[in-house]
Design a protein around this ligand. Structure first.
Ligand SMILES: [Zn+2]
Length: 156
């Protein structure tokens, strides 16, 4: 899937979309899921290539997802190594039990804390929230909010 953003083109791989679809909170009791996003940046093209899936170390409930730092770091290191440093951390994703999701204040606070506290290779980061009918994408450039994009899931 290709999305035209203000400053660049964003491409989300089929394998990432497949994982997003797998965790949509359709069942009334399914918990929130999430993980991290990794990919490559070339000039004004950003490829989201992979995302981690929930691990046993995460805390998950119907209305909360708190990912484990250890599992995420392992995923990032692996991708970095396999790609010889081309594939880097690009942000976070999680699901919401809503048709059209929007981030909570806690979501934004946690996301900013994560991208501010870490040593990162990219100046672009994404916070993606998967709802039942649409996907909400918030883009941060130089650790500041830049743009939001909403994609209907049936368009994917
Ligand atoms: Zn949330």
């Amino acid at each position: 899937m290709n999305i035209r953003c203000y400053n660049f083109n964003l491409s989300i791989s089929q394998s990432v979309l497949k994982i997003f679809n797998r965790y949509v909170q359709i069942h009334p009791k399914s918990p929130e899921s999430g993980g991290i996003l990794t990919g490559e940046i070339y000039d004004n093209i950003i490829n989201l290539l992979n995302c981690s899936e929930p691990s046993d170390l995460d805390q998950r409930s119907r209305y909360n997802f708190s990912r484990s730092f250890i599992a995420a770091q392992k995923f990032i290191n692996e991708k970095f190594k396999i790609s010889r440093g081309r594939e880097i951390y690009l942000g976070e994703w999680h699901t919401h039990p809503e048709d059209h999701p929007s981030p909570s204040n806690t979501d934004r606070k946690n996301f900013l804390k994560t991208i501010k506290n870490n040593h990162l290779n990219s100046n672009v980061h994404f916070m993606i929230i998967i709802g039942r009918l649409s996907i909400y994408i918030e883009i941060y450039i130089d650790k500041k909010f830049d743009e939001k994009i909403i994609v209907t899931r049936s368009d994917l």
